[in-house]
Design a protein around this ligand. Structure first.
Ligand code: ATP
Ligand code: MG
Length: 456
């Protein structure tokens, strides 16, 4: 059986197969793959049943099958079918067609939604991404080239472990490119010729790094090799798509490993260019690592985690550096912080393109930091009431953990929050930490915003 696997992937020439599989898929019957029907989300199961009853093929596909084989909990369940979007739409009262060019159908059950995609022909991009094939004048792709057979649908996917189809009615896994064996070998292997597939869609390089980190897989050497040379192609990818991929990596629960993987592959230039400067600096690296580790843990504990918080972490070492420099130029601490914040956010816009909707949260987290140093009078009580107190406090703990502020300050706030009123009052610290006021200077623009943040 192993020989059949190897032949299928390598072909007789010993080169990886580029097109569609010559033979049909390898079919693993119930009991041969370890996936149980109960593992499938109820909405996905019902959707497959309805499609099958109407005479269509219907499979759970992609990451969900891969994750179930690896005994991990899938993030979402996607379904692939030979029914067209209109046919799917007609079968489900609560469904809608989304996407302008390549249309997928969202089927809703209760509060759950599953995505149903019609088998696509080779050459199209994966996921919900728009593809780049010729379109008519209005930009719409000509429908008849879009749909394909199940085998073509498997071939257009990125990695062998992502081209697995689970039929929940027959309880079979259909494996076109030896994905089950690669799951067992913990290997991420590109379907077809890796360089060609990266040229078609450079984001696949980022997906390789992200999935290797998430699954703790090694990247097969032929899949890995072209990346060093092709990483620059990421410059041509729309920034919004890169940003989405960055968020997936950072929110995967394996951000720390993911970031190291990106750097090891030389891909961070295309995704998180700011990593270079940060990771070269010891304090910055300690801070980022503590921040990513903290978020990874939160995600594993099902605690809320937000991209805004993570971006606040990623950019903080630069803010600190600018904050110090601006103060060294004679500015007072709070206005200097606000100037540094604006500069850093503005500078990253060309690099990572963090959408402005995150600015509010990022700035609030940063702006709260000096207020944690004020432990006298009514200020600590007011800070507790701040709507962003929790995020600011979590951020403070990361600063403490990385050695940027004394651990004692973090501990003080941990105790202060939970204490009763009398204890809190007894905890107040005389205002000795306040820095001596500098000579008053003309108010810079940022001072208006800083007015909210009383200086010591
Ligand atoms: P995750 O666990 O992060 O959801 P995933 O593999 O399911 O990982 P999705 O972005 O949800 O990733 O994509 C679903 C499926 O679509 C993938 O498993 C893969 O088969 C296919 N796919 C996604 N993006 C691409 C791409 N850029 N090129 C080829 N196939 C892709
Ligand atoms: Mg997925």
């Amino acid at each position: 059986m192993i020989r059949r696997f190897i032949q299928r992937v390598l072909g007789t020439s010993g080169k990886p197969e580029t097109g569609r599989p010559a033979r049909g898929p390898l079919i693993l019957a119930r009991g041969k793959h370890g996936i149980r029907r109960d593992d499938i989300d109820a909405c996905a199961l019902r959707t497959c049943e309805t499609l099958a009853d109407a005479g269509f093929k219907a499979f759970v596909v992609g990451g969900a099958v891969r994750d179930l084989l690896l005994e991990q909990k899938p993030k979402d369940f996607d379904i692939a079918t030979d029914a067209t979007p209109e046919e799917v739409r007609r079968l489900f009262r609560r469904s809608r067609i989304i996407g302008r060019r390549f249309r997928i159908v969202h089927v809703m059950c209760g509060r759950d939604t599953v995505e149903v995609t019609t088998f696509r022909a080779a050459g199209s991009l994966g996921g919900d991404e728009e593809d780049e094939r010729p379109t008519d004048e209005s930009g719409r792709i000509l429908e008849d080239n879009v749909f394909g057979s199940q085998a073509e649908d498997a071939a257009r996917r990125d990695f062998t472990v992502n081209a697995l189809y689970y039929d929940p009615l027959r309880e079979e896994v259909h494996d076109y490119f030896n994905g089950v064996a690669d799951c067992r070998r913990k290997t991420l292997r590109m379907i077809g010729d890796p360089a060609t597939r990266y040229r078609e869609d450079p984001v696949r390089m980022l997906r390789a790094a992200r999935l290797a980190a998430k699954l703790d897989f090694r990247i097969d050497s032929a899949t890995r090799k072209p990346v060093a040379e092709l990483a620059g192609l990421l410059d041509n990818v729309p920034r919004a798509r890169i940003f989405d991929e960055a968020v997936k990596l950072l929110m995967s629960g394996h951000a720390l490993r993911g970031v190291h993987q990106l750097r090891a592959e030389g891909l961070h230039h295309g995704m998180l260019p700011l990593l270079d400067t940060i990771l070269d600096d010891d304090q910055g690296r300690r801070f980022i690592e503590a921040g990513l580790k903290n978020t990874d843990e939160r995600i594993h504990q099902d605690k809320p985690a937000s991209p805004g918080f993570l971006f606040a972490c990623l950019l903080w070492p630069q803010v600190r550096r600018r904050w110090d420099a601006i103060q060294a130029g004679g500015e007072r601490p709070i206005p200097a912080l606000f100037l540094a914040m604006d500069e850093v956010l503005e500078a990253q816009r060309e690099l990572l393109a963090i959408p402005r909707r995150f600015d509010g949260m990022i700035k609030e987290i940063w702006a709260l930091q000096p207020r944690f140093e004020q432990r006298a009078g009514s200020r600590p009580f007011r800070l507790l009431e701040h709507p962003r107190f929790r995020a600011g406090y979590d951020f403070l703990l990361i600063r403490a953990e990385s050695g940027e502020v004394p651990q004692e300050l973090g501990d003080w706030w941990t105790a202060f929050q939970d204490a009763d009123d009398a204890t809190r009052k007894s905890m107040l610290v005389a205002d000795t930490e306040a820095k001596p006021k500098r000579k008053r200077r003309r108010k810079p623009k940022a001072a208006a915003a800083a007015a909210e943040t009383p200086s010591p």
